[in-house]
Write a protein that binds this ligand. Structure first.
Ligand SMILES: Cc1cc2nc3c(=O)[nH]c(=O)nc-3n(C[C@H](O)[C@H](O)[C@H](O)COP(=O)(O)O)c2cc1C
Length: 415
């Protein structure tokens, strides 16, 4: 049985995972004396307005599971993951109103001690690239067993170069050094190609031009902020002044957002006082509408085939043509669902996303996501057209990637 101290450390490491608005939607509960961990979605820690399909929550849970996996391997702990029916329940994933666990993690002592599954000193992150939770419905799934997709398995899918590592402890350090930044990024040449090579075949990275990203991000922001519920939700998770009671707990603070002190001091009251917040939401909506109309005047044309070698941004896309969606009604149900993908697959994509984020960290690079492009159906539609995505392609995540100009960017807090 895994010691409680060890398991607590693994759970603490897993909490370093990224999540939209830093909501930290995971709620792990130890069962028995460390025999298993049940994972629930934490109440009030989802984004029903801006994430109505639950995509971001599922990606965050997948990232949590991958961080758990990296730390467990470093501690010599093996485990099996059982995907539970609640993972497909919007009451749990979108509204966080269910007490049902979504995952059960059964723990076992690993054979070879800490870091046993490191490959010739290469970090566990790399060794697990391509592995994921099997996605064929609920049942017992082994962490690291091949998913039923081409290119997946316990070995890297695309032959990425081994990443030097001093061992399992450095894998835990890598979890701690993962960065999200909002400021300037210097190009990390060849990184997007390297990251793309580390994915299973059904997931791919589509490079995005920097100017396109700026345009679509502005369009997505303008479009989504027209929705009062989305603006309200964002305001709820902003902590613009240290006097905010949850400044060091969760959400997005002025430091991580890089908001200048004076602006954040002035804006802080608008995020905290209900009446001011409602007034701000009423002002933001027409401004968003106007901004959106201006941006729609900018012509967008379909981009050429050639992927820029020095790509500084990418979209993570799931290709449902390469997935076994079942037959007849099952496939139709998945394709017509708001996500266009089964929840298990989005969870798996979250695991893959975390591996990419850590691989980027190992290269000294960071991500700067722009989910508003996917959240806005308008911006997503234009992005799809520009990139030539087909109806069976599901964009899941979009980010700039590069080396932060600030060598020590501020870290988001954890509860
Ligand atoms: C699915 C997902 C979507 C995200 N979308 C955005 C985004 O649109 N804009 C942004 O600045 N950060 C985004 N982030 C990053 C989170 O804000 C960040 O992970 C969180 O604040 C915790 O900070 P950390 O990654 O530095 O630990 C996203 C993260 C995830 C997992």
């Amino acid at each position: 049985m895994t010691g409680i101290h060890t398991l607590n450390q693994i759970i603490a490491d897993a909490a370093s995972a990224p999540s939209a608005h830093n909501t930290q939607p995971w709620s792990p509960r130890m069962i028995g004396d460390g025999a298993a961990v049940e994972l629930r979605v934490s109440r009030k820690r989802t984004l029903p307005a801006s994430d109505p399909t639950g995509r971001d929550t599922l990606l965050g849970l997948g990232a949590w599971l991958e961080a758990f996996s990296v730390s467990a391997a470093a501690h010599g702990v093996d485990f099996e993951v059982e995907v539970l029916p609640a993972l497909a329940d919007p009451e749990a994933i979108v509204h966080a109103r269910s007490d049902e666990p979504v995952l059960r993690i059964e723990l076992r002592e690993a054979g070879g001690g800490p870091g046993a599954d490191s490959v010739d000193g290469a970090m566990n992150v790399r060794a697990s690239v391509g592995a994921g939770v099997s996605a064929t419905g609920t049942g017992t799934h082994s962490q690291g067993t091949a998913a039923d997709t081409p290119g997946s398995g316990s070995a890297p899918a695309g032959g990425a170069e081994p990443v030097p590592s001093a061992g399992p402890d450095s894998d835990r350090q890598l979890l701690a050094s993962r960065r999200t930044v909002r400021g300037d990024l210097a190009p990390a040449k060849g990184l997007v190609i390297e990251l793309a090579n580390a994915l299973p075949a059904w997931l791919r990275l589509v490079p995005v031009d920097a100017d396109d990203l700026r345009h679509f991000s502005a369009l997505g922001t303008a479009d989504t902020l027209r929705e009062p519920a989305i603006a309200r939700e964002l305001a709820h998770w902003l902590r613009l002044h240290p006097s905010h009671p949850r400044y060091d707990v969760d959400g997005l603070n002025n430091k991580v957002l890089g908001v200048p002190a004076l602006v954040s001091r002035l804006a802080s009251a608008f995020t905290r006082k209900r009446r001011l917040r409602e007034a701000a939401v009423r002002v933001v909506a027409p401004v968003g509408e106007l901004w959106r109309r201006v941006l729609l005047e900018v012509p967008v044309s379909a981009a050429g085939e050639d992927a820029p070698a020095a790509a500084a941004a990418f979209v993570l896309v799931a290709d449902t043509k390469l997935l076994d969606l079942g037959s007849g009604a099952d496939a139709t149900r998945v394709l017509n669902s708001p996500l266009g993908l089964s929840p298990e697959r989005v969870l798996e994509a979250g695991q893959a996303l975390m591996r990419l984020w850590l691989l980027a960290s190992a290269r000294g690079a960071a991500f700067s996501p722009a989910s508003e492009i996917i959240d806005s159906s308008l911006a997503q539609g234009e992005l799809r057209y520009r990139l030539g995505l087909s109806r069976r392609d599901v964009p899941l995540f979009i980010t700039r990637v590069g080396v932060p100009k600030d060598p020590n960017p501020p870290r988001a807090p954890r509860r």
